[in-house]
Unconditional design. Structure first.
Ligand SMILES: Cc1cc2nc3c(=O)[nH]c(=O)nc-3n(C[C@H](O)[C@H](O)[C@H](O)COP(=O)(O)O)c2cc1C
Ligand SMILES: [Mn+2]
Length: 494
C-alpha cells in the first residue's frame, strides 16, 4: 500500500499521488469524467487536443475500448480557463486562481529548499501491486494511446511520464520527462536528445563503457514529481529532491526489481528496461509542443525487463500542440522560476521572467549597463532554460500577456537591437531549422531588446516615450471621477 500522507506529512498540502490529484481537480471543476466508450486509437487523442485548445477541464477516460478496468488521464497540467495555470496551482496545494507571477515566486522559494526522498519497502509501494516479469511482459496489455492519427508514428506509453536514470560515475539519480514510443510487446524507443538533456549525456557514458543502461519509466506519479521532472535542473541535481521541496515533504521512493534505480512508490505504473550500447530504432514522427510535427529519427531502443503497476492502472497522456499544451503550461511556470533563481544567484536583478510557447523567454527589467548581456550569458549557460530566444522588456510590460509583450516589441524595439548568437542551441524539434542546422545540431538563438536604453536622459524620455493609455493620459482626479461614473455612462458591464 502507498505510504499514507499522515506518516510523512505533505508539507504544503499537495496531492500525494495521481488518484488524490484527480480528486482535487474534480472538486475544483478541473476534471471531466468521460464515461462514454472512447477508442485509445486516435479518439482519446482528438478529444484531449480539443480540450487543450478550448482550455477545458482535464478528461479522465473511464471506459477505454479494448481495455476494461484501465483509464487514461489527459491534459493533467494543461491550460485552463480563466486561470491558465489552475491545475499547476492545485498540484502545488494552492488556490486555483493564484496569479501566475505569484505562482512563479512560490515555486522559486520551494526550489530553494529541496528535500531528499525516503526509501520505502516494496510492500509499502503502491506501484508494485502487480509485478510482471518474463513471458508476462507485454506492452500491448495496456491502454497506451495512439494520439494523432495523421501525425504520429505509433502508440506512446510515455508522454506525461518520468524517466529515471543513474549517472554511472557519481550515482546521481536523474528524473526527466522524455517521450517513449511503443515498438512491440517488450521494446520501446525513447527520445533522448544527446546535447541538450541530462538523459542523453548519461547514456553517452554507459555507451562509452560498452555497458547496458538501466532505465525506468514512471507513469502517473504524484504531480510534484512531474513538475520537477520537466524543469531544467542543474547537472547533478536530483529532481526527486526538488520534488520533495515542491511538496514540502520527502517523496517516497522504491527500488526497481531489475536495477538499482529508484522510482516514485506512488506511481500508477513503472516500466523497467535497459538500453544496449548503440541499439537504435526509428522513433516518431510525433506532433510536438512546437505546434508542428517532429520528424522520425533513429533513437535509443529500450528492452523491457519488468513491469510493475497498481491494480486498474491509470495511464497518462500529454497532447502536444499549438499553442498551449501540458509542456507549455507547466514549463511557463517552472522554467521561469528556475531561471529567476539562477539570475538572483548571479546577482542579476530582474523584475519578472516568463516563458511564452514555444520556448521564448521574456524578461522584464530596469535596463542597465551590460545587464541584458549578463542575463543572456547566465540563462544560455544551462541548456533548456532559454532554448529559442530572449525578449527583454521594460518593467511596465506584463511578461505573461502576449499582447503586451508584442506591443512592446512592435513599438519599442530598435531593429538594431535584434541580435542572434550562432550555434548554441541543440533542440532539433523546431520546424524552422535548415537541413544543415539539423545535421550539426547547432542552432542560432535570438535576442530582442525592446527596452528603452538606460542612458537616455529623462528629458529625452519625456519627449518621446510616455505611454498613451488610460493609466498615463489623465490625472488621478479625472480617472477617479470617470471610474466612479462608469455605470452612469452605460458601461457597467465592462
Ligand atoms: C510533456 C513533455 C514531454 C517532453 N518530452 C521530451 C522528450 O521527448 N525529449 C526531451 O529531451 N525532452 C522532453 N521534454 C522536456 C524535458 O522533460 C525537460 O527539458 C527536462 O528539463 C529535461 O530534464 P533533464 O535536464 O534532466 O534532461 C518534455 C517535456 C514535457 C513537459
Ligand atoms: Mn536533470
Amino acid at each position: 500500500m502507498a505510504v499514507k500522507k499522515t506518516e510523512l506529512g505533505t508539507g504544503f498540502g499537495c496531492p500525494a499521488d495521481l488518484r488524490e490529484y484527480l480528486e482535487v481537480l474534480e472538486r475544483a471543476g478541473e476534471l471531466r469524467r468521460v464515461k462514454a466508450e472512447v477508442d485509445w486509437q486516435y479518439e482519446a487523442g482528438a478529444i484531449s487536443r480539443l480540450v487543450n485548445e478550448r482550455r477545458g477541464p482535464a478528461p479522465l477516460f473511464e471506459n477505454v475500448k479494448d481495455y476494461p478496468g484501465q483509464q487514461i488521464a489527459a491534459v493533467l497540467m494543461g491550460p485552463s480557463k480563466p486561470a491558465l495555470h489552475a491545475r499547476i496551482a492545485l498540484a502545488l496545494g494552492l488556490d486555483k486562481n493564484t496569479p501566475t507571477l505569484d505562482l512563479i515566486e512560490i515555486v522559486r522559494a520551494r526550489l530553494k529548499t529541496p528535500c531528499d526522498p525516503v526509501v520505502v519497502r516494496k510492500e509499502q509501494a503502491a506501484c508494485k501491486e502487480v509485478v510482471l516479469t518474463g513471458k508476462d511482459i507485454d506492452l500491448n496489455k495496456f491502454a497506451f494511446p495512439w494520439i494523432k492519427e495523421t501525425l504520429d508514428g505509433g502508440r506512446y506509453l510515455g508522454t506525461w511520464d518520468i524517466v529515471a536514470l543513474r549517472d554511472p560515475d557519481t550515482g546521481w539519480l536523474n528524473w526527466a520527462t522524455y517521450r517513449c514510443m511503443v515498438k512491440d510487446g517488450n521494446h520501446f524507443a525513447i527520445l533522448l536528445m544527446p546535447a541538450a538533456q541530462h538523459g542523453g549525456a548519461i547514456l553517452r557514458k554507459y555507451e562509452a563503457m560498452g555497458k547496458p543502461m538501466p532505465i525506468a519509466i514512471m507513469i502517473g506519479a504524484n504531480p510534484a514529481c512531474h513538475l520537477a521532472a520537466v524543469t531544467a535542473m542543474d547537472h547533478g541535481v536530483a529532481e526527486v529532491s526538488a520534488a520533495g521541496g515542491l511538496m514540502g515533504s520527502p517523496i517516497p521512493i522504491v527500488r526497481c526489481e531489475t536495477s538499482d534505480l529508484e522510482v516514485a512508490a506512488s506511481a500508477e505504473m513503472v516500466i523497467e528496461a535497459e538500453i544496449l550500447p548503440g541499439d537504435r530504432v526509428d522513433e516518431g514522427p510525433f506532433g510536438e509542443y512546437t505546434g508542428h510535427s517532429a520528424h522520425r529519427e533513429k533513437c535509443p531502443q529500450a528492452r523491457v525487463t519488468c513491469i510493475t503497476h497498481r491494480k486498474n492502472p491509470i495511464h497518462t497522456m500529454a497532447n502536444m500542440g499549438k499553442p498551449w499544451d501540458d509542456a507549455a503550461a507547466n514549463m511557463s511556470v517552472m522554467t521561469p522560476a528556475q531561471a529567476k533563481n539562477r539570475l538572483e544567484a548571479h546577482g542579476l536583478a530582474v523584475k519578472a521572467v516568463y516563458t511564452l510557447p514555444p520556448d521564448v523567454m521574456v524578461v522584464s527589467l530596469k535596463s542597465g549597463p551590460g545587464l541584458q548581456q549578463r542575463v543572456v550569458s547566465t540563462l544560455t549557460s544551462v541548456p533548456r532554460l532559454a532554448m529559442r530566444g530572449i525578449v527583454f522588456v521594460d518593467e511596465d510590460v506584463d511578461v505573461t500577456d502576449v499582447e503586451d509583450v508584442w506591443w512592446a516589441i512592435a513599438s519599442r524595439m530598435n531593429p538594431e537591437n535584434f541580435d542572434t548568437i550562432k550555434g548554441i542551441g541543440a533542440n532539433t524539434l523546431y520546424p524552422w531549422l535548415t537541413p544543415e542546422m539539423r545535421e550539426r545540431k547547432q542552432l542560432p538563438f535570438f535576442i530582442i531588446d525592446a527596452t528603452f536604453p538606460y542612458h537616455w536622459p529623462q528629458e529625452y524620455r519625456d519627449a518621446h516615450t510616455k505611454v498613451s493609455d488610460f493609466k498615463h493620459g489623465w490625472t488621478e482626479e479625472t480617472k477617479r471621477k470617470v471610474l466612479a461614473r462608469w455605470k452612469e455612462y452605460g458601461y457597467g458591464d465592462l
